[in-house]
Design a protein around this ligand. Structure first.
Ligand code: NZQ
Ligand code: ZN
Length: 367
């Protein structure tokens, strides 16, 4: 078995001891791959693939957060490819589906963020090319995931904040998209968002509360296990732009999202009637805005303002300079080129739109 982990947090939160004690009985040889970094990189994946091949590994166990899980997913994929296939060019860049019968992956989760524990999505950085890309294929889905909230009790405040930003953003990127039919997905997305806000406050007040951390785990898994994307186009523009930020500046994913997400909202909320209506509904149902006597547009703006105020309250960055990214024209061009034509639902975001959104990120959103 290959045990994959990061920089050592699992040795401080009890997960390593629990896992190795359990494995002593069950597995005859455990190979370790440590040092997976946040924003996991291609070269670490190759290290893991070599270990799988060298030792005839038949189970990969990822113990850690989204970065460790995603790295392990790519190790599983990479070790299932033929000699003439290239993991990065043939799969990550093109999105070609993964083959079946990969080395199975299990997970012991230590963050509440990405939902990677319950899906086939994985994100990888090719540092040599400054490219950070998401890749989705069902065979990457873990065969099992263990979610024990006690491992989250050691999470630093900053990491906790970024985790909540990410999961909140995930729900938004499914919810703020066409069609606007009456459907259960959107009702569930609102419930998850309200609950995320509650768990967020609880984890801030009581970082060592089992109940609060347990709720955070449920929130993050359900934010991105694809249940609330049923019947929705989805719109991953904010993620597309953020990946450019972390590909060049290696910042925390959640920090980059906090900067970009409200600006994306302001950029699209009047792009079509369905968008304004949806943002107004969100303001009322998630932020408790009183719509009496106000136009849909005013209600929508109040909702976005509540979101920005909340991000400010929890200490999330709101501008590029707060995450150490200069907003000079050459940098904005480079970031926009990475983002490219990002897609979108209410409004298609081209490379130039992405640059315009990035240019707005020099100040917090105001109306
Ligand atoms: O490396 P160690 O020592 O383990 O420390 C980690 C790391 O420094 C630390 N940490 C993890 N669990 C801890 C802990 N510290 C104390 N106590 C614990 N219990 O936290 C730091 C960040 O870890 P990381 O795994 O990077 O965090 P997260 O779960 O936020 O994952 C982020 C990565 O997932 C990608 C992001 O882009 C980023 O690369 N994403 C993956 C997605 C997916 N697979 O579906 C979707 C997301 O949108 C996201 O893009
Ligand atoms: Zn994310």
């Amino acid at each position: 078995m290959l045990l994959v982990y990061g920089g050592g947090s699992i040795k401080r939160n009890g997960a390593y001891d629990d896992v190795t004690a359990a494995l002593r009985e069950a597995v005859n040889e455990v190979i370790e791959l440590s040092g997976v970094t946040p924003n996991p990189r291609l070269d670490k994946v190759f290290e893991g693939v070599n270990l799988v091949r060298e030792h005839g590994v038949n189970l990969i166990l990822a113990v850690g957060g989204g970065s460790v899980i995603d790295c392990a997913k790519f190790i599983s994929l990479g070790s299932g490819l033929g000699e003439d296939e290239d993991l990065w060019y043939d799969y990550v860049e093109t999105g070609k589906p993964a083959p079946e019968n990969l080395v199975p992956l299990g997970v012991v989760l230590t963050t509440a963020v990405t939902g990677s524990e319950m899906g086939g999505v994985a994100v990888l950085t090719n540092w040599a090319r400054n490219r950070k890309l998401g890749y989705t294929s069902f065979p990457l889905t873990p065969k099992f995931s263990v979610l024990d909230p006690t491992y989250l009790l050691t999470l630093p405040a900053e990491q906790t904040t970024y985790g909540f930003v990410d999961m909140f953003c995930h729900t938004c990127e499914q919810y703020f998209s066409l069609p606007s039919d009456d459907n259960l997905s959107d009702e569930m997305a609102e419930a998850i968002q309200r609950h995320i806000l509650r768990s967020w406050r609880a984890c801030r007040r009581h970082p060592r509360s089992y109940e609060a951390r347990s709720n955070a785990m449920w929130d993050s898994t359900f934010a991105l296990n694809r249940v609330i994307s049923r019947g929705k186009e989805e719109d991953w523009v904010t993620h597309g732009i953020e990946h450019a930020l972390s590909a060049y500046f290696d910042i925390s994913h959640g920090a980059g999202l906090a900067v970009v997400h409200p600006h994306w909202m302001k950029y699209v909320y009047t792009s079509r009637p369905e968008a304004t209506a949806r943002f107004a509904r969100w303001a009322v149902n998630v932020w408790g805005v009183d719509s009496t006597g106000k136009s849909e547009r005013e209600v929508a703006e109040e909702g976005i303002e509540h979101y920005v105020d909340f991000l400010r309250l929890v200490g999330a960055p709101l501008t590029l300079s707060e995450v150490g990214i200069p907003a000079d024209p050459a940098t904005l061009d480079k970031l926009a080129d990475h983002a490219g034509d990002v897609g979108g639902s209410y409004r298609r975001i081209t490379r130039d739109d992405a640059r315009a959104i990035l240019a707005l990120c020099v100040t917090p959103v105001v109306f």
